[in-house]
Design a protein around this ligand. Structure first.
Ligand code: IPM
Ligand code: MG
Length: 369
């Protein structure tokens, strides 16, 4: 990945690399969509060793932990991780440290996956599927770079405490160290160099001290990249600009919490959250790859979920962690082709196209390879 030092991704076996992939399908539609991505990966002529493990609510049910030790070890030992989704309303009431979401938060933290790349690209065929006018989104290609291991997500102290008055108070801590900001900023500028050479850093520096430091450090790092244009924007304005004129952006770099919110917003510019892949990378280029959508329990098991975000996540995995750019290109071209052919899962269906289910969509990508 841009800005992240290269590592040797895998061992050699008779001159051919065996790439170890930890496959963590998780909950809800996770299993269905990951199955389609695996189908596509297996069809490529690559030496991939794929090993599956439970995560999220599925793991909690099986062994009482959303992120079992064995799953974490498998993820640590792998060259890359393909992740489905976690979340299950049946576990909404259990203590937070056992909830399915803790699995993905734990993986990010334990593996040091600090750089979250969330590209929002509008395919020409889907410009009409956006809730915004086609001319506002057609040709859109932005990269949201979200810091993923810091901020209010992990800051301490946090908790719910009793005040003297007797009522309870909830509290969390937003925090960023200079080095945390510096390394995500470096990834942002390096990525912008390979794209449109613009970085917009999003913060809330008019109110928050954390953001003031963030802005200072990003500006410092920007000095090392005179060929990249740097701008700053408050998060409320950024939320508005994203729907007013999204094409003004190239790379948006922001903290964990703001990035969570803005990336969901940006996904809808593309027509469906079911289309967007993501990569979460450590300092050496190892990554976890997942669709940005969740486990969608309402449609789980119905065979209607869109597998394209996961298939595109597998392509990102080949490109960024496994140095298989040609294979990634093939997958991305195949996805484009099925869209041109008019195949649509219900989330991106429009009159004049052909509605297909999860498996049929995966098969079509396979055929288009
Ligand atoms: C995401 C999700 C997660 C997050 C949840 C599942 C903890 O919303 O990946 O954006 O908040 O980071
Ligand atoms: Mg989110």
């Amino acid at each position: 990945m841009a800005g992240v030092p290269k590592r040797t991704p895998a061992i050699l076996f008779f001159g051919m690399r065996i790439m170890k992939i930890a496959v963590l399908p998780g909950d809800g539609i996770g299993k269905e969509i990951v199955a389609e991505a695996l189908k596509v990966l297996r069809a490529l002529d690559l030496r991939l060793e794929m090993q599956e493990a439970p995560v999220g609510g599925t793991a909690y049910e099986a062994c009482g932990e959303p992120l079992p030790g064995a799953t974490l070890e498998l993820a640590k030992a792998a060259d890359a991780i393909l992740f489905g989704a976690v979340g299950d309303p049946r576990f909404d009431a259990i203590p937070r440290d056992k909830r399915p979401e803790q699995a993905i938060l734990g993986l990010r933290k334990e593996l040091g996956l600090f750089a979250n790349l969330r590209p929002a690209v509008v395919y020409a065929e889907l410009a009409d599927a956006s809730s915004l006018r086609p001319e506002v989104v057609a040709g859109l290609d932005i990269l949201i770079l979200r810091e993923l291991t810091g901020d209010i997500y992990f800051g301490k102290p946090r908790g719910i405490r009793k005040l003297e008055s007797g009522e309870r108070e909830g509290f969390d801590t937003m925090r960023y160290s200079e080095s945390e900001v510096r390394r995500i900023a470096q990834v942002a500028f390096a990525a912008a160099r390979k794209r449109g050479r613009k970085v917009c850093s999003v913060d809330k520096a008019n109110v928050l001290d954390t953001s003031q430091l963030w802005r200072e450090v990003v500006t410092q790092v920007g000095g090392e990249y005179p060929d990249v244009e740097l701008s700053h924007m408050y998060v409320d304005n950024a939320a508005m600009q994203l729907v007013r004129n999204p094409k003004q952006f190239d790379v948006i770099v922001t903290g964990n919490m703001f990035g969570d919110i803005l990336s969901d917003e940006a996904s809808m510019l593309t027509g469906s959250i079911g289309m967007l892949p993501s990569a979460s990378m450590d300092e050496r280029g190892k990554g976890l790859y997942e669709p940005i959508h969740g486990s969608a329990p309402d449609i789980a098991g119905k065979g209607v979920a869109n597998p394209l975000a996961t298939i595109l996540s597998a392509a990102m995995m080949l490109r960024y962690s496994l140095e298989q750019a040609a294979a990634a290109d093939r997958i991305e071209a195949a996805v484009k082709k099925v869209l041109v052919q008019g195949l649509r899962t219900p989330d991106i269906f429009q009159a004049g196209t052909r509605k297909v289910g999860t498996r049929e969509m995966g098969d079509a990508v396979l055929a288009a390879l």
